[in-house]
Design a binder for this molecule. Structure first.
Ligand code: 5GP
Ligand code: MN
Ligand code: MN
Length: 480
């Protein structure tokens, strides 16, 4: 237990005002007693630090996958008033619009199993991955500006996937108002060759199957049923988004002083949302978010091509379609009800997933009745989940839930603990085929490096902010 925190109920603890000086509101962390034992003091302090920022509305929140991040905790959700509040790059994270896309198929586990090695080899050959990986797409400076403005729509226009895919992407894969002139030359240079690449480390492409269905009716609406093969793609905006974050952290550190904002930690660098710098960052961030949506769209297209070829099926028979695509590092302008009053807020989700309930106007028609699919990767050895958002998320968490299991060990700790082991072999013994680009990736990313996602998901399920729909198990994984 972290001294100074108070348990509210089975699934929530409070970080009271006074935990750090200057808190304008309290913090709430969604954890049960098991996950509470894994809480780091530093991440709790980060929840408290966020509560000191100007214009925060409601509480400073953290999900059960919380761990220490840059300034803001990963697993954090914080909303600010658009008139009186701030925007902060640290509240979005370095990998802007890092996110997850889930694809379904008509194939079963039994059909794919005999070909899994071949499938993983082919995917590995066709999906560019690894640190600083460059892709098959070479963007001209003009193309790059198009990507930034159009997101996944650009990818579809280039022949990567179909217009139908766009329906099942958060914000349809494109945020309006991305300003290509708010982005540095350096960011453009880093982004030019990295469109259509997976990246390294935590990013992955995983072939899975549906191992368990909790809510058959809702699963059916998503097109998911037991034994079916799915593909999960986790990547973001690559060096492009990273450079934008870097650029604006620097801008805001200077500008925060000018606006008289006191920062308990420099990593919380922020400016008023309505300030010139705030609006510039927001429109640059949108550009990176769009770049990431185009990226996942391209990777999906090549994944489909590999499946079509290997299984020798028509697109219709393969039935590889998007279930959904979510952002888990992003700031969005949204309306929420605060004490009965409809307010426009800038909601920061950093390692947190939007989880809008049924009936929400931003949901596509196909999911209006069931609520938004929420995609929660676990780790490459255990399981992942699909949930849906619930009304309570609107009341308590600005329509948000967790984004993964969350790290338990730092990369260095994981490498140490993996010494003398073959993670590849251990996974193979569990029937999971992995390939990775990075030398240390499998050690850094071994299942023991993460919390148990089943525990994490049970907390948000039991707290009533999202509901479990299906459980997915890995068959083969490509790690960056
Ligand atoms: P993040 O974006 O915070 O790095 O990662 C999101 C989540 O993905 C992590 O918290 C972890 O639970 C999950 N994850 C990382 N690697 C893998 C993987 O190879 N397979 C699956 N299914 N999940 C993973
Ligand atoms: Mn991510
Ligand atoms: Mn990422």
């Amino acid at each position: 237990k972290i001294e100074g925190t108070e348990r509210i109920d089975l699934y929530r603890i409070r970080v009271p005002k006074g935990f750090v000086p200057g808190m304008k509101t309290e913090g709430i962390i969604f954890v049960d007693e098991t996950l509470e034992q894994e809480l780091e003091l530093e991440s709790v302090r980060q929840v408290a630090n966020v509560a000191t920022l100007p214009g925060i509305v409601g509480k400073s929140l953290a999900m059960p996958d919380i761990h220490t991040g840059y300034g803001f905790p990963i697993g954090g959700v914080a909303a600010f008033d658009v008139e009186e509040g701030v925007i902060s790059p640290g509240g979005v994270g370095y990998d802007i619009n890092c996110g997850v896309r889930l694809l379904k198929s008509n194939l079963t586990k039994e059909e794919v199993e005999p070909k899994i090695r071949e499938l993983i080899d082919l995917l590995y050959a066709h999906i560019p991955s690894g640190v600083g990986s460059t892709g098959k797409i070479k963007l001209s400076p003009k193309d790059e500006r198009e990507v930034i403005k159009k997101g996944a729509i650009w990818a579809v226009e280039q022949g990567f996937g179909d217009a139908e895919d766009l329906q099942r992407i958060e914000s349809h894969g494109c945020l309006e108002g991305a300003d290509p002139d708010a982005i540095s030359q350096k960011a453009y240079e880093r982004g030019r060759a990295q469109q259509g690449t997976l990246g390294s480390g935590n990013h992955f492409l995983e072939v899975q199957y549906v191992a368990e269905v909790y809510e058959p009716e809702i699963a059916t609406v998503m097109g998911l049923s037991k034994g079916q093969v799915t593909v999960m793609i986790h990547t973001g905006s690559r060096g492009f988004g990273h450079q934008i974050c870097d650029d604006y952290v620097r801008v805001m550190l200077q500008a925060a002083k000018k606006y008289g904002i006191e920062l308990p930690d420099k990593e919380l660098a922020c400016v008023p949302f309505r300030s010139r710098e705030g609006q510039q960052y927001f429109s640059a961030m949108k550009g990176a978010a769009n770049y990431a949506w185009a990226n996942r769209q391209c990777l999906m297209h090549w994944t489909r091509e590999v499946f079509l070829r290997l299984f020798n099926l028509s697109p219709k028979d393969l039935g590889m379609k998007v279930v959904f695509d979510v952002a888990h590092n992003i700031a969005k302008e949204e309306f929420h009800f605060i004490n009965g009053e409809r307010k426009r807020l800038i909601v920061h989700r950093k390692g947190a997933t939007r989880a809008f309930p049924n009936g929400h106007p931003e949901l596509p028609d196909c999911y209006k009745d069931i609520g938004q699919p929420v995609l929660i990767p676990g780790d490459m050895g255990r399981v992942s989940f699909v949930l849906v958002g619930l009304p309570k998320a609107m009341e308590e968490t600005f329509g948000s839930t967790c984004h993964g299991a969350g790290r338990l060990l730092s990369r260095n700790q994981a490498i140490k603990q993996a010494r003398g082991r073959s993670i590849k072999q251990e996974l193979a013994e569990r029937g999971i085929i992995v390939r990775s680009a990075g030398k240390e990736t499998l050690a850094e990313e071994m299942p023991d490096a993460y919390k148990d996602v089943s525990n994490v998901v049970d907390v948000v399920h039991n707290a009533g902010i999202a509901r479990k729909i299906v459980k997915l198990k890995p068959m083969g994984v490509i790690k960056g």
